[in-house]
Design a protein around this ligand. Structure first.
Ligand code: NAP
Length: 487
C-alpha cells in the first residue's frame, strides 16, 4: 500500500503535514525525503528549514512567551490535557504513521503512542503543582522565599527511535513550566512530529508556543538558535557523540542543557533467578523497538549455573519472532531505521564472531531490500569485543558467562555509559545490594521495562545530564529565583 493510500485511509487526513510549523502557520516545503525502512522506498518529502527559518521560529517563540508564561497554570494544564485526549483519540493513526516512517512493529508503535500521550496527561497534572519554598535563615532574622520561573525559550532536539514519546517528554514539561519551544525532530521521522503539532493546534496551544521545524543542516540551524540570546534552554535526546558537540556549542552562550544520551545497559541474571521471568524480561528489554532503544539490554551477563538454559530459551524465543514491515499487524520485529544501521550491527556481530562468539540464531543481515536484521543471540562473546563497548541498537543479544557478584559488577560498570541496568534474582536483598553498586540512572529489578512518565528518566556518566519525567522533570525547564525578604 502506498503512503498516499495509507494517509487517505486515516480517520483524520488533516494529521498529515509536511512542515514547517512556525508561529502557528504551516509553511509547505520539500527537500527532506522520508523513507519506508521496510522497503527503502521514498514515502514523501518534508520541508527543509534554513537558518533564517530557525531564527523566525525563535522570534515566534519570543512573541508568544509572555502570554504563555502569564497564562494561568490551570489553563496551561487543560490545554495539555486536551492534547493528551486528542492523541488518545488518534492513537491508531499516530501508531500507523510511526510504524511507516520508523519501521517499528505496530504493537510497539501503539505502546509508544500511549506512553507519549501519558507525558501530556502527567504534565497537565504537574503544571498545577509547581513547587516553591519558604524557609527561615539559620540566624532566625530573615526569610528565604524561592519561586520557580519558566527558564525561557527552549530548543528541543529529538531522535528517530521514539518519534512521539521523545517529543512529548520535552514539550509536556516545557509547556507546563510556562516555556515556549522549538522542536527539531529527527530527519528520518518528521511526520509524527508534524502530526502531533496538528493535534496541539486543535487542543488550543496558542500560535508560537510550539514551533516545529525539520532541517537537513541540523548543526548549522541548531548552532544559530543556541547563539541567539533569546534561547535559554537546550533539551536534547540522541547519541552521546552529538550530545558532546552540542554541550560545547551551548557553552558559548551558557545555555542550560538537559541531555538524554546513549546507553549500554547490562542485563544481569543470577543463578537464583526465575528463568521464565528472566526470559520474558530479556525479550522486552532487548526487543522493544527491535532493539532500537537507549534502554535496550546491550550486554547479557548470565551466571554459570543458569547460563546454558538461558541461552537455549532465549534462542528459541528470538528465533520464533516474525520479521516484517512494522505496519503489517503480525510483525513482531520490524526493520532497522537505515541501511547504515544494518551495516553497523553486521560489523559488531562479525567482529564478535571473529573473536570466538557463536550465533545460536540469526547472525547475518537478511536482504538488501528493506533494512532487516534478524533477531540474533550470540554466546561465548569476548568481554572486550566492540559489541560490549558500543550501542548495538538492533535485535542482537550478546551473552557473557560470569561466576561471582564482584566479577559481574566490575564488568557491568566497565563502560562510559550509565543509563539503564537490569538485574534478575530470586533474592531481592541481593538484587538491591548489587543494584546499589551499578553505575546507572535507572535499574530494572526483575523487570524488563522501566519507562514511566511518572518516574525520573535519565542516566549517569556519559549517558546524560538531568532527568525527564517524574516530579522533577518540570524543573529542567525552570529557574529558581530566591527572594531575600525583610519584613
Ligand atoms: P543522533 O544522531 O544523535 O540524532 C539525534 C538528533 O540530533 C536528531 O534530531 C538529529 O538530526 C540531531 N542532530 C544530529 N547532529 C546534530 C548536530 N550537530 N547539531 C544539532 N542536532 C544534531 O541520534 P539518533 O541516531 O537519532 O538516535 C539514537 C541515539 O539516541 C542513541 O544513541 C540512543 O541511545 C539515543 N537515545 C537516548 C535516549 C535517552 O533518553 N537517553 C532516548 C532515545 C534515544 P538529524 O536527524 O537531522 O540528523
Amino acid at each position: 500500500m502506498t503512503f498516499q493510500t495509507r494517509i487517505s485511509g486515516y480517520a483524520d487526513p488533516a494529521l498529515h503535514a509536511e512542515g514547517l510549523y512556525i508561529g502557528g502557520k504551516w509553511q509547505k516545503g520539500s527537500g527532506i525525503a522520508v523513507t519506508d525502512p521496510s522497503t527503502g522506498n521514498r514515502l514523501t518529502e518534508v520541508a527543509d528549514a534554513s537558518v533564517e527559518d530557525a531564527i523566525r521560529a525563535v522570534a515566534a517563540a519570543e512573541t508568544a512567551a509572555a502570554g504563555w508564561r502569564d497564562t494561568p497554570a490551570r489553563q496551561r494544564s487543560e490545554i495539555l490535557r486536551r492534547w493528551f485526549q486528542l492523541m488518545t483519540q488518534h492513537a491508531e493513526d499516530l501508531a500507523t504513521l510511526i510504524a511507516l516512517e520508523n519501521g517499528k512493529a505496530l504493537s510497539d508503535a501503539r505502546g509508544e503512542v500511549t506512553y507519549a500521550a501519558e507525558f501530556f496527561r502527567w504534565y497537565a497534572e504537574e503544571a498545577t503543582r509547581i513547587p516553591g519554598e519558604y524557609r527561615h535563615t539559620p540566624s532566625g532574622s530573615h526569610h528565604i522565599l524561592v519561586d520557580h520561573e519558566p527558564i525561557g525559550i527552549a530548543v528541543l532536539i529529538t531522535p528517530w527511535n521514539f518519534p512521539a514519546a521523545m517529543a512529548t517528554r520535552k514539550i509536556g514539561p516545557a509547556l507546563a513550566a510556562g516555556c515556549t519551544v522549538i522542536l527539531k525532530p529527527a530527519s528520518e521521522t518528521p511526520l509524527t512530529a508534524y502530526a502531533m503539532a496538528r493535534l496541539g493546534e486543535e487542543a488550543g496551544v496558542p500560535a508560537g508556543v510550539v514551533n516545529v521545524l525539520t532541517t537537513s543542516r541540523p548543526a548549522e540551524v541548531t548552532n544559530a538558535m543556541l547563539a541567539d540570546p533569546r534561547v535559554r534552554k537546550l533539551s536534547f535526546t540522541g547519541s552521546t557523540g552529538v550530545g558532546r558537540t552540542l554541550l560545547a556549542e551551548a557553552a558559548k552562550s551558557v545555555v542550560s542543557c538537559s541531555m538524554e544520551l546513549g546507553g549500554n545497559a547490562p542485563f544481569v541474571v543470577f543463578d537464583d533467578a526465575d528463568l521464565e521471568a528472566a526470559i520474558d524480561g530479556a525479550m522486552v528489554a532487548k526487543m522493544r523497538n527491535a532493539g532500537e532503544a537507549c534502554t535496550a539490554a546491550n550486554r547479557f551477563y548470565v551466571q554459570s549455573g543458569i547460563h546454558d538454559a538461558f541461552v537455549a530459551c532465549l534462542t528459541a524465543r528470538m528465533a520464533a519472532l516474525k520479521i516484517g514491515p512494522g505496519y503489517e499487524p503480525s510483525t513482531q520485529c520490524g526493520p532497522m531505521i537505515t541501511q547504515n544501521a544494518v551495516r553497523k550491527i553486521d560489523r559488531l556481530v562479525s567482529d564478535a564472531v571473529a573473536g570466538g562468539a557463536r550465533a545460536t540464531t540469526g547472525g547475518k543481515p537478511l536482504s538488501e531490500n528493506g533494512y532487516f536484521y534478524p533477531p540474533t543471540v550470540l554466546e561465548n562473546v569476548p568481554v572486550d569485543a566492540a559489541i560490549a563497548r558500543e550501542e548495538i541498537f538492533g535485535p542482537v543479544a550478546p551473552i557473557y558467562k560470569f561466576d561471582s557478584e564482584e566479577e559481574v559488577i566490575r564488568l557491568a560498570n566497565d563502560t562510559e555509559y550509565g543509563l539503564a541496568a537490569y538485574i534478575y534474582s530470586g533474592d531481592l536483598k541481593r538484587a538491591m545490594k548489587v543494584g546499589k553498586r551499578l553505575e546507572a540512572g535507572m535499574l530494572g529489578i526483575n523487570r524488563g521495562l522501566m519507562s514511566d512518565p511518572a518516574a525520573p528518566f535519565g542516566g549517569v556518566k556519559q549517558s546524560g545530564l538531568g532527568r525527564e519525567g517524574g516530579v522533577t522533570g518540570i524543573l529542567e525547564f525552570m529557574e529558581a529565583k530566591y527572594y531575600a525578604v525583610d519584613y
